[in-house]
Design a protein around this ligand. Structure first.
Ligand code: NAP
Ligand code: F7E
Length: 337
C-alpha cells in the first residue's frame, strides 16, 4: 500500500471530491485539494477532514480556480502530485444552457489550461503526474443505449459539448506527449452529498421534508428521461483504479441499469410511506431546451480491466438517500425547537 504518494484534487468541495479525498486518505496519500474562493463557506462536505480534533494531517487545502492558470501551476509546484483528479467544473446540465460560455470555459478550456500547466510543470523539473479527467455520460446525448467506449458522442447541451472537448483534449495530449492521462466516462452517480438541485436529491429531500411536515409540494420538470444511477462512493474507486493501470486509457463507469424519474419517485416516496402523485407538480421552467432521454451504460471494459463493479443497487441507493434526508430534516426540527 502506498504511504507517501501525493494527489491533487480539483473540485474537492463537491460530492465526488469529498468521497475521493476520503478514499485517498484511507490509502495513505497526502491529498491536496483546490478550493475556489466563495463569499460563503463551501467546504461543508470536507469539514470533517480538515477541521477539529479529527483533522487529517495529510489533507491540505489551497485556494485556486480552474479559470486561473497561475493557481494551477502553483499547486502543482507545491504538491508535486503523483496523481491529479480533475473533478472541478460547472456540473449542472440545465444551468449550462443559461451559462454556456462560462461552462465551456471551466469544463472545456480549463482542461487544456490544466494540461498545459502540467507540461510546464514537467519541463521545469516537476514530478510526472498521472491525470484523471471527469468525463460524463452526457457526452453520449442521444446515442442509443447501451453506451460504451465505442459509442459516438452526440452531445445535447453546452455542458456535454464542453465535456466532449475536454475528452478530446485529453486523448490528444496523451497521444502527442505520451502523458499518462485517462478519461472516466461516468454515468450519473448520487449520494446523500449530492447537490440539492439535481433531480435525485431534490426528490429524496422533498420526500423526507413532506413526510415530516416541513414542506408540502415538489415541483419538477420532465419525468420521462431515464438515467443509469449509481453510488458516488463506488465511482471514485473506479477513478483511482484507472490511474493504477500500466497504460492510460478511457473507461465507461455505470451500473448497466436505468430507471425513469417516475421510477425514482416511486421508490423514494414509498420509503416514507407516501404516494408521490399526491404531492408532485410539473413546471416547464425545469425543462431543458434539449433533453437526453435514455442513458444506460455498458461498463464491461471497466469490469474486465479494472476489476470494478458497483456495490450498491438502485433501490438501496434511493433508500440510503431518503434515510439521510429524513435525519437532516429531524435535526432541523430539533434545532428549531
Ligand atoms: P459537484 O458536486 O457539483 O462539484 C463540483 C466541484 O467543482 C465543486 O467542488 C465546485 O466548487 C468545483 N468548481 C466549480 N467551478 C470551479 C472552478 N471554476 N474552479 C475550481 N473548482 C470549481 O459535482 P460532482 O457531482 O462532484 O462531479 C464532479 C465532476 O464530475 C464534475 O466535473 C462533473 O461535471 C463530473 N461528472 C459528474 C457526474 C455525476 O453524476 N455526479 C457524472 C459524470 C461527470 P464549489 O464547491 O465552490 O462549487
Ligand atoms: O437531471 C430531469 C432532467 O440534473 C436528471 C450531472 O451530475 O449527471 C448529472 O446530469 C434528469 C434530467 O442530472 C428535474 O431533465 C426532471 O433528464 O439530476 P439531473 P443530469 O442532467 O443527468 C451527468 C452524468 C453529469 O455529468 C452531470 O454533471 O432529471 N429532471 N425534473 C430534473 N432535473 C433537475 N435537475 N431538476 C428537476 O426539477
Amino acid at each position: 500500500m502506498p504511504t507517501s504518494r501525493s494527489a491533487m484534487i480539483t473540485g474537492v468541495t463537491g460530492q465526488d471530491g469529498s468521497y475521493l479525498a476520503e478514499l485517498l486518505l484511507s490509502k495513505g496519500y497526502q491529498v491536496h485539494g483546490m478550493v475556489r474562493r466563495s463569499s460563503a463557506f463551501n467546504t461543508s462536505r470536507i469539514d470533517h477532514l480538515h477541521m477539529g480534533g479529527k483533522a487529517n494531517p495529510n489533507f491540505f487545502l489551497h485556494y485556486g480556480d480552474l479559470a486561473d492558470a497561475g493557481s494551477l501551476r502553483d499547486i502543482l509546484d507545491l504538491a508535486q502530485p503523483d496523481e491529479i483528479y480533475n473533478l472541478g467544473g460547472q456540473s449542472h446540465v440545465r444551468v449550462s444552457f443559461d451559462q454556456p460560455e462560462y461552462t465551456m470555459e471551466v469544463n472545456g478550456t480549463a482542461v487544456l489550461r490544466f494540461l498545459e500547466a502540467l507540461r510546464f510543470h514537467l519541463k521545469h523539473g516537476g514530478k510526472a503526474a498521472r491525470f484523471y479527467q471527469a468525463g460524463s455520460s452526457e457526452m453520449f446525448g442521444r446515442a442509443k443505449p447501451p453506451q460504451n467506449e465505442g459509442t459516438r458522442f452526440e452531445p445535447r447541451s453546452p455542458y456535454a459539448v464542453a465535456k466532449v472537448a475536454a475528452h478530446h483534449e485529453v486523448v490528444n495530449y496523451r497521444e502527442s506527449y505520451g502523458l499518462f492521462l485517462c478519461n472516466g466516462i461516468l454515468f450519473n452517480h448520487e449520494s446523500p452529498r449530492r447537490g440539492e438541485n439535481f433531480v435525485t436529491r431534490k426528490i429524496t429531500r422533498a420526500a423526507a421534508r413532506i413526510k415530516l411536515g416541513l414542506e408540502h409540494r415538489l415541483t419538477l420538470g420532465n419525468l420521462e428521461p431515464r438515467r443509469d444511477w449509481g453510488f458516488a462512493g463506488d465511482y471514485v474507486e473506479a477513478m483511482w483504479r484507472m490511474l493504477q493501470q500500466e497504460e492510460p486509457d478511457d473507461y465507461v463507469i455505470a451500473t448497466g441499469v436505468s430507471n425513469s424519474i417516475r421510477g425514482f419517485l416511486d421508490l423514494a416516496f414509498a420509503t416514507v410511506g407516501l404516494d408521490w402523485h399526491e404531492f408532485v407538480d410539473t413546471d416547464p421552467r425545469f425543462l431543458r431546451p434539449s433533453e437526453v432521454d435514455d442513458i444506460e451504460g455498458d461498463a464491461s471494459k471497466a469490469r474486465d480491466l479494472l476489476g470494478w463493479k458497483p456495490t450498491m443497487d438502485f433501490a438501496s441507493l434511493v433508500e440510503m438517500m431518503v434515510e439521510a434526508d429524513l435525519e437532516l430534516a429531524r435535526t432541523e426540527i430539533r434545532t428549531e425547537g
